[in-house]
Design a protein around this ligand. Structure first.
Ligand code: SF4
Length: 366
């Protein structure tokens, strides 16, 4: 256990004061002890940081703030604009929840982000961790947080080699709460996360540099590398898809246009856009079978390449084919569009579809 909790808090906060990273959503380093960060910045950064590294989030956060400097600006945004800004960051339900939260707060709370855990937990996409982070970081409320970094740090400090789910997770939440100081709660929670992100890392933690090493039971027992225990290997079901770069070039057109479609409003990559994508069948695709499946007359089918996209519980494999569409007088359904490669930047595309666009453009340039 941590022995002297007061000494632990002091050591951690002193280290944080000198070593914390300057991040765009944090208060400027000059005056960290007398100011709290902008709650809107905390809300947006915490949404972006779920399952995502700080270095990846920084440019997204800066672009987002340039487009929507306040919660009221965000509440007026269109979902497609938000998805476009979020493009490549993944877990797009976070973006939709953020927009829904902004609208609710403007309509029902005078555009203010609430400070209590209770009120925060009622907002879309805000769970126990995010509510604790906003309440403590932005409002100095005595609320604990427990993300992957903090769970690992606390488990190592306690020398607990068990897993960090179920009942063990609940006891870590309790521990996170017991450790909270009366003042500088936001800094304390940030310091725990910072320690996990920069010193007490999942692999090869830098224990000689750790400000709380004298409180660490795992270090004393020589079991640091056993915490957390190695996860069981993941078996991801494979989903096979065919993505079609269907092009057409009308008379007088300099560059071809490609057919894209909007995904359904629910489910993975909801409402985002993609090249025409269908489930792979067991028989090799032909111009005739593809024409029937996509409802267009297609010719000149060629293999362009293959892509793999891994999600936490699923692996997608895309076979990418190019083909030409014969001209048709039939109007397009409203969820389909012909666009040039330059025009794709107006549409939010999931990462594998961006890779398809890159594949097409590199082939055109050859
Ligand atoms: S001593 Fe090592 S294992 Fe223990 S908290 Fe510090 S960095 Fe983590």
């Amino acid at each position: 256990m941590l022995g002297n909790t007061i000494d632990f808090r002091r050591s951690l906060l002193r280290w944080y004061h000198t070593n914390r990273r300057d991040l765009p959503w944090r208060v400027a380093r000059e005056n960290p002890q007398t100011a709290t960060p902008n709650p809107y910045h905390v809300l947006v950064s915490e949404a972006m940081l779920q399952q995502t590294q700080v270095a990846t989030v920084i440019p997204y956060f800066n672009r987002f703030m340039a487009a929507y400097p306040t919660l009221r600006d965000l509440a007026k945004a269109k979902e497609q604009e938000i998805l476009r800004l979020w493009q490549g960051l993944g877990y797009y339900s976070r973006a939709r929840n953020l927009l829904a939260t902004a609208k609710i707060l403007v309509e029902e709370n005078n555009g203010k982000i609430p400070s209590s855990l209770e009120a925060l937990l009622k907002l879309p996409g805000i769970g126990r961790y995010t509510a604790g982070a906003i309440a403590s970081l932005a409002f100095e409320k005595r609320a604990p947080i427990l993300d992957g970094n903090v769970a690992r740090v606390l488990s190592r400090l306690e020398g607990s080699t068990g897993c960090t789910s179920g009942a063990s997770r609940e006891s870590l939440w309790q521990r996170a709460e017991e450790l909270l100081p009366k003042k500088r709660v936001g800094d304390f929670n940030s310091a725990l996360m910072e320690l996990g992100a920069t010193i007490c890392t999942p692999r090869a933690p830098r224990c000689p540099l750790c400000p709380v090493q004298k409180h660490c039971a795992a270090l004393a027992a020589g079991v640091v590398d056993q915490i957390p225990p190695a996860p069981a290997p993941k078996i991801r079901p494979i989903e096979r898809r065919i993505t079609l770069a269907i092009s057409k070039k009308d008379v007088g057109q300099e560059c071809p246009t490609y057919l894209i479609e909007q995904r359904p409003p629910r489910g993975r990559w909801a409402s985002m856009w993609q090249f025409i994508t269908i489930e792979a069948a067991d028989i090799p695709p032909t111009a005739q079978s593809l024409s029937e499946r996509v409802g267009l007359s297609l010719s000149d089918v060629r293999h362009l390449g293959a892509l793999q996209h891994d999600l936490t519980h699923r692996r997608y494999q895309f076979q990418v084919l190019s083909c030409r569409a014969k001209s048709s007088k039939n109007p397009l359904p409203k969820d389909r569009r012909w666009v040039g490669l330059d025009g794709l930047s107006d549409f939010p595309l999931p990462r594998p579809q961006l890779q398809v666009a890159q594949m097409i453009s590199s082939i055109i340039r050859r």
